[in-house]
Design a protein. Structure first.
Lengths: 117, 112
């Protein structure tokens, strides 16, 4: 079946603009994660949903970052008043909520590359 | 606070030889470790995992070793193939499934 789909693939925003990044997880995956990957670094956890409930948002860097998943499927990551330090690749991942990771690792999308000028 | 470290940013290996990638961690609470592989402009792809109750896990050409006393993880790829050229990330988690801490990655180049 289809993998995790993210759109847009690339986004250029002027400093101060708001942006919205979309994630379509794998069908049936109840867990959804957002990660931020800066250039030359590994992904860093932002937030986690189980169905529509946001269970962990400890990684969101500021109150300008907001994520939602209102119907438990598609998720949107919104960044308000973008700053240059927000420039990064934003990765979405989904998984089944089982503990046996050999059968349910995180499946990542190809990411959205955000450039703030 | 970087709790997972990959100290070698790059590795070059000849086709057919062994690739050894290393990863160190500082948090003794980590109970699952994973390796992901990433090609340019794509998301990371799960490669292999190991639980903290094991010291070795093997899947085809890929073997992961865990040394808990040294807080050290390694990935062996034997034999290395040109298609293995990618960035490899190690990741660790405890407690909250899916909330991983990733290393900065190691770029592997397999030469003919």
């Amino acid at each position: 079946g289809a993998g995790v789909s993210q759109s847009p693939r690339y986004k250029v925003a002027k400093r101060g603009q708001d942006v919205a990044l979309r994630c379509d997880p794998i069908s049936g995956h109840v867990s959804l994660f957002w990660y931020q990957q800066a250039l030359g670094q590994g992904p860093e956890f932002l937030t986690y949903f189980q169905n529509e409930a946001q269970l962990d948002k400890s990684g969101l860097p500021s109150d300008r970052f907001f994520a939602e998943r209102p119907e438990g499927s598609v998720s949107t990551l919104k960044i308000q008043r973008t700053q240059q330090e927000d420039s990064a690749v934003y990765l979405c991942a989904s998984s089944s909520p089982v503990k046996d990771i050999s059968s349910s690792p995180l499946h990542f999308g190809n990411g959205t590359r955000l450039t703030v000028t | 606070d970087q709790q997972v470290k990959q100290n070698s940013p790059s590795l070059s290996v000849q086709e057919g030889r062994i690739s050894i990638l290393n990863c160190d961690y500082t948090n003794s609470m980590f109970d699952y470790f994973l390796w992901y592989k990433k090609y340019p402009a794509e998301g990371p792809t799960f490669l292999i995992s190991i639980s903290s109750i094991k010291d070795k896990n093997e899947d085809g050409r890929f073997t992961v070793f865990l040394n808990k006393s040294a807080k050290h993880l390694s990935l062996h790829i034997v034999p290395s193939q040109p298609g293995d050229s990618a960035v490899y990330f190690c990741a660790a988690s405890y407690g909250s499934w899916g909330k991983f801490q990733f290393g900065a990655g190691t770029q592997v180049v397999v030469t003919p």
